[in-house]
Ligand binder design. Structure first.
Ligand code: ATP
Ligand code: MG
Length: 262
């Protein structure tokens, strides 16, 4: 656990179906290949909560479900008398939501109950999530498709944003929109990169040209990987992919490029 250094917090966003969850799993895989003792948290910030499945893990409860419970109970006179209410919520989140795998933890966010308001529960939640993230060296966040509505609970902490683009008009359009939203809301991140997914070789140059025009960098391209698709169809954890699978090798290069690994 590292309390002095700033954690490396990367978010992975992009169009629906572009490969956000896949890229998150592949980056986790290359992180776990190293012998480093860095503590790793993976946040599933997509309400569809697909990531545990892709990593072969059982979900406990989502943060959204626990918040809903807390919201219902917090005003009952007998609720947690003599104990700070934010400590109770923090305890519940760690006990009920955090999935502890062998070398990493996973937090499924679930639905963003009442996310639009700045009520008491949301304000303490921001503090709890922030505190939790600071307990890790590396945090990877698999975001909700589109990201038109930025996720207030988590985005504020991100320092590297990866935007997945697939070779489709909508893939590029969504990436454009995400870049505009980042500008509009003046999110301060150290690095914004795009990652091409499933690009055929003859379209890669076009991706680099597009990124150049937009003034952002391409962190790399993940090729179409038949084995990965097979794993995904069979429900085999992507963490079990061989280290020399084309998608894993591409993810390793991306992880180096964004300085996630040496
Ligand atoms: N490089 C690749 N090679 C082969 N299959 C891939 C590749 N990338 C993604 N896929 C497959 O495409 C499908 C969609 O990918 P994924 O679930 O990662 O997208 P997503 O952006 O997370 O989708 P959603 O918006 O629904 O969360 C999955 O079945 C996945 O296995
Ligand atoms: Mg997904």
């Amino acid at each position: 656990m590292n309390n002095t250094k700033r954690p490396f917090i990367a978010s992975i966003s992009g169009k629906g179906g572009s490969g956000k969850t896949t890229l998150t799993a592949l980056l986790l895989k290359v992180l776990l290949e190293r012998s480093s003792n860095d503590s790793i948290l993976v946040v599933d910030a997509d309400p569809a909560t697909n990531l545990p499945d892709v990593l072969g893990l059982e979900t406990k409860r989502t943060l959204g479900e626990v918040i809903e419970d807390f919201r219902k109970k917090v005003n009952e006179p007998s609720f947690a008398v003599g104990v700070r209410k934010d400590s109770v919520l923090e305890y519940w989140i760690i006990r009920d939501c955090l999935i502890e795998a062998e070398k990493f933890d996973l937090l499924p966010m679930g639905r963003g109950e009442g996310e639009g308001c700045y009520c008491y529960v949301n304000s303490i939640l921001v503090g709890i999530v922030g505190k939790l993230l600071r307990n890790y060296d590396v945090v990877l966040m698999d975001m909700e498709a589109g990201l038109e509505r930025l996720n207030r609970r988590t985005d504020r902490y991100v320092n590297t944003m990866l935007i997945v683009v697939d070779p489709s008009r909508m893939g590029f359009r969504t990436a454009e929109r995400i870049l505009e939203v980042i500008d509009e809301v003046d999110i301060r991140v150290d690095k914004i990169c795009v990652v091409g997914n499933r690009f055929p070789a003859n379209m890669i140059e076009g991706l680099y040209e597009w990124a150049d025009r937009r003034g952002c960098k391409v962190a790399g391209v993940i090729p179409e990987d038949k084995l990965l698709l097979e794993y995904s169809i069979n429900g085999t954890s992507l963490l079990n992919l061989p280290s020399n699978a084309p998608s894993v090798e591409a993810a390793r290069l991306i992880a180096r490029k964004i300085a996630l690994i040496d």
